[in-house]
Design a protein around this ligand. Sequence first.
Ligand code: NAG
Ligand code: NAG
Ligand code: NAG
Ligand code: NAG
Ligand code: NAG
Ligand code: NAG
Length: 809
Amino acid sequence: MGLAINIYIFCNLVMSVESWAPKLPEERELTTNCSNLSLRKVPSNLDPATVTLDLSCNLLFQLQSSDFHSMSQLQVLILCQNRIQQLDFKIFALNKELRYLDLSYNRLKIITWYSLAGLKHLDLSFNDFDTMPFNDFKHMAHLETLGLSAATIQRSDLQKIAHLYLHTVFLGLRTLSQYEEGSLPILNTTKLHIVLPMNTNFWALLCDGIKTSQILEMTNIDGKSQFVRNRTLPTLTLESAKTSTLLLSKVDLLWHDLLLIFQFVWHTSVEYFQIQNVILGGHVYLDHHPFDYSNTAMKAIRLEHVHFRMFSIPQDKIYLLFTKMDVENLTISDAQMPHMLFPNYPQRFQYLNFANNVLNDDLFKTPTQLPYLKTLVLKGNKLETLPLVSRFANNTPLMQLDLSQNLLQHEKDEDCVWPATLTTMNLSSNQLTDSVFRCLPRSIQILDLNNNKIQAIPKELIHLQALRELNIAWNFLTDLPGCNHFTGLSVLNIEMNLIVSPSLDFFQSCHKIKTLNAGKNPFRCTCDLKEFIHFEKRSEGVVVGWSDSYTCEYPLSLKGTHLKDVYLPELSCNIALLVVTIMAIMLVLGVAMAFCCLRFDLLWYVRMLGQWTQHKARKTRQEQPERHAQFHVFISYSEHDSPWVKNELIPSLEKEDGSVLICLLERQADPGKSMDENIMSCIERSQKSIFVLSPSFVRREWHPYELYFAHHSLLHENLDHVILILLEPIPMYCIPARFHRLKALMEKKAYLEWPKDRRKCGLFWANLRAAININFSGARQMHELQTFTELSQESPRGSTISLIRTDCL
Ligand SMILES: *[C@@H]1O[C@H](CO)[C@@H](O)[C@H](O)[C@H]1NC(C)=O
Ligand SMILES: *[C@@H]1O[C@H](CO)[C@@H](O)[C@H](O)[C@H]1NC(C)=O
Ligand SMILES: *[C@@H]1O[C@H](CO)[C@@H](O)[C@H](O)[C@H]1NC(C)=O
Ligand SMILES: *[C@@H]1O[C@H](CO)[C@@H](O)[C@H](O)[C@H]1NC(C)=O
Ligand SMILES: *[C@@H]1O[C@H](CO)[C@@H](O)[C@H](O)[C@H]1NC(C)=O
Ligand SMILES: *[C@@H]1O[C@H](CO)[C@@H](O)[C@H](O)[C@H]1NC(C)=O
């Protein structure tokens, strides 16, 4: 019991979706795998639902009648590689579903039959039967494949299963001590596969095999047995031969014996003859046994993986031996063949395959006549010159040419001539460069240039209008090709190149593209890639390998990012759009500026603000008033402007948090003094002088100031003490030429402009105050004191200086 539990744990339970065994219709089935567990008995508690049970590679030697009773679903039972010696088929009586039973590689000697109606596949090969175990054989109507073995094969034994219509008979022989001629043809089967033991005479089995089935396969043809060479060739009439396909594998023969086999098979019904894994030894004596090429059904010969144990081979004769066979298809591949020769008369070959030999350009040096050749496979050789191949091909109606895995090159100036029939060319894995495009047939439809040294597709190449498929992967291209030279292109493979950013030309010219593989290129994920990403989105399913094979290489910050995840905003990628946007923004700003200038007199504000900041800057520079003065400001204006001065200017200055002492000339002019003296007196006693400019002021009042300023050069040295308020615009021509100083001031626009718009007045006053720039609170008491003392001093002289007290409001 303990053993059983352990085994239950060890056996591998699999719910498999696909089944390894053929002909099993179920989609899902339970597989119990107890393979290779050194079992001596079938585990007792296997899952009854098991459909497939693998007990192979164990130590089972006897099966019990109860072993498989519970498994009513069992369809596949594998018991190969055990030690079972005898078997009663009755133990499977309850396994009604059983279809596949493998008992190969056991030690079976005795079988007791029971009719298993559903069985399709029964393998008894590689067992220890002395004779075929069909004594009490029960009919199994559905049997298709039967594996057999016996040391002695007799007609009488096989006669017992002659009524079976089989698909495949597999004769896996460990030993063969006796074969009675004419036994195999008793079987009715489509395919016969015989695996011979070593050192067996294969001739009798080969002869009978050819009489038995349509397809005959024989493995382990070993000619070391003396039996072979004493044998005279059997003669076989075409009527009795059935085989059309003959496959020999694992062949180890002397050249002479191989030749005998060829000569024998040549005159049978065999149409397709394939020999694989051949080792050839001995000497080649072709002259003594001329090959009889007459009277054959042979159409195709395939000789693969040939290894020579000979020292000297008269090569020319061997080549001609095969090429004179003149069948439809001839393949000699993986045979270390350095050369090939054709007879100098026309041959019927349609398909020639000399893949994986060591053929070089000499192959094309002798003239050949192959007027039916459609396919030529020369892959894996040492060919070097493409134009030579083209001249060879040009004498044939070649359609397919495989020249992959050679050393082919093409020099720029060499001419190529191809037959107009050529549609498919495989030039992959060669040494070809850009110039190969000058050596291509115009008729080419499918072209494989994978793994060469192509850097660019030349623009001046001949037009390949028929080209549908182009594989140019693993080269050194830096861009996708445009389709101007091959407008019909529908499949393009260009992966593993050096494409950084695909150019627009491709998307514009390649309209018929249905499949594009451009993966594994070092893409630079910038705006240039936008078109490609769009193309992928637009053309669903066209781009192969999306998105895993498409990652950024540059910039380094995006390295490894999938192209589909890269964010490229429209605005930053579209230069036209960017320019338009910037222009639009600038236009809007310009319009807004213009509007503001017109509507709100923006320039006036700007100028005022400029002046204001200048005043502020100056104020910080000179905190201390430079002059010792009685008044804060002296205001000079024309009579015409006095309403403004009285109603606007003075009240506004008084509103300030502190008192401004204002000196007004009209009130303070000393009649005893000249005008100039009065002015000088006023200016000198005030920290600042304000001139309210208007045309009438300029006309009537300015003259003395011009003189004064001229005299004192005051305006040059210290503009800070002069504040000009432009009350009304003064056209330049209104200013007389002699007033250069005023002109200069006006040109410099060193004035505060009184705004027409009342809303702007706030800024005007702020500017004015900044210009006056008086440290009110500090100056206040001192000024009051000074004023009173001066008053008391000056009153006797009848001074008309007016004192305006400007207290806090
Ligand atoms: C059971 O497992 C062995 C390897 O242990 C494997 O070779 C065999 O194919 C498996 N059998 C089935 C039916 O899957
Ligand atoms: C069977 O198992 C042994 C180890 O238990 C292993 O070495 C061997 O390769 C296995 N054989 C097969 C055919 O799986
Ligand atoms: C062989 O089997 C087929 C059916 O598969 C049958 O038509 C044919 O008559 C059989 N031949 C002989 C010789 O019994
Ligand atoms: C093969 O022929 C040689 C003579 O050619 C003879 O000596 C030898 O016994 C023969 N072998 C068999 C197995 O017949
Ligand atoms: C010859 O080869 C061609 C191309 O592989 C194939 O289509 C054709 O069936 C072959 N002919 C024979 C008789 O095997
Ligand atoms: C060209 O040959 C290579 C290998 O020789 C093969 O892998 C490839 O599929 C062939 N190309 C075509 C288009 O058949």
